[in-house]
Ligand binder design. Structure first.
Ligand SMILES: [Zn+2]
Ligand SMILES: [Zn+2]
Length: 277
């Protein structure tokens, strides 16, 4: 896949393909403040979010491998240091979410949290299950995979495995919400006091802005059920792994997406999120 030759060098033979992609990738992250305590770390693939509590910072997902320096820069831009990170929460095992987790887990007193059912895949103790692709997803999946930097993800440690309903320790009462389907252990984080939901890839937004079930799901029926469940939450802000976050009226958008779900799957075949993975 991609344009590089078999030895990993680009067509001009000078720069390894992954290095060139990483250079392009580094140029692209933007830091956007969504609400006073929440920053959106906008990556080309696999967004991350930074939440501030009085006792320190929480990072939700990490982007692709190589993104740790960018995230450190975002933390400094917010007026903190990487050592102020207290918590790293991982929504699921995919490399565009845990890519820099191993490095970031070493920044200081960082507790790494993930759902129990994705923990073996995050730790690379077992191979993560492949998505059950619908026919219309196949070409999109191949295109997206060809754009990702090659090479394995360094597996991070996990300090605490979460179950549905567990307190996550940040955001004035954040709770883990199991949302299986995209992966077996996909987990969202709900902050009831702030009406904010971090969703990972269970739900996404298309480039046109439409909220939809995430794509590339291990179990499409489960993914649809997870969207139905999330649509019942009282939220104002929704933070997606793919697609722009919603900072107002997110609950109504999720409810509308749940009502659009086909009975048998979880998505509309003509609509896909931006750079899904
Ligand atoms: Zn993703
Ligand atoms: Zn994913």
């Amino acid at each position: 896949m991609g344009n590089g030759s078999a030895d990993g060098r680009s067509a001009d033979g000078v720069m390894p393909r992954h290095a060139r992609q990483a250079a392009a990738y580094r140029c692209c992250m933007d830091v956007i403040q969504l609400v006073p305590r929440l920053c959106f770390l906008h990556f080309p693939v696999g967004h991350a979010y930074l939440w501030r509590d009085p006792d320190g910072l929480t990072l939700i997902d990490t982007g692709l491998p190589g993104s740790a320096p960018l995230i450190a820069g975002a933390i400094r831009e917010a007026g903190y240091q990487p050592a102020d990170l207290r918590r790293l929460v991982l929504t699921h095992f995919h490399g565009d979410h845990i890519g820099a987790a191993a490095e970031i887990a070493g920044w200081g007193e960082v507790e790494v949290l993930a759902h129990r059912d994705d923990a073996p895949f995050i730790r690379a103790q077992a191979a993560g299950p492949a998505p059950d692709l619908a026919d219309w997803e196949q070409p999109i999946y191949e295109q997206v995979m060809s754009q990702l930097p090659p090479g394995p993800v360094v597996p991070p440690r996990i300090d605490r495995e979460l179950d549905d309903g567990d307190a996550a320790g940040f955001g004035d009462g954040a709770v883990a919400v199991a949302v299986p389907g995209h992966t077996p252990g996909s987990v969202a984080f709900y902050l009831p006091r702030h009406r904010i939901l971090f969703i990972g890839d269970a739900v996404a937004r298309s480039p046109a802005g439409q909220v939809m079930c995430g794509v590339f799901n291990v179990n499409r029926a489960q993914a649809a059920a997870s969207l139905q469940r999330l649509a019942s939450f009282d939220i104002k802000v929704a933070c997606f792994g793919h697609g722009e976050p919603l900072t107002d009226g997110a609950g109504a958008e999720l409810q509308a997406a749940a009502q659009r779900l086909p009975a048998d799957s979880g998505q509309h075949p003509r609509d896909t999120p931006e750079n899904p993975a």
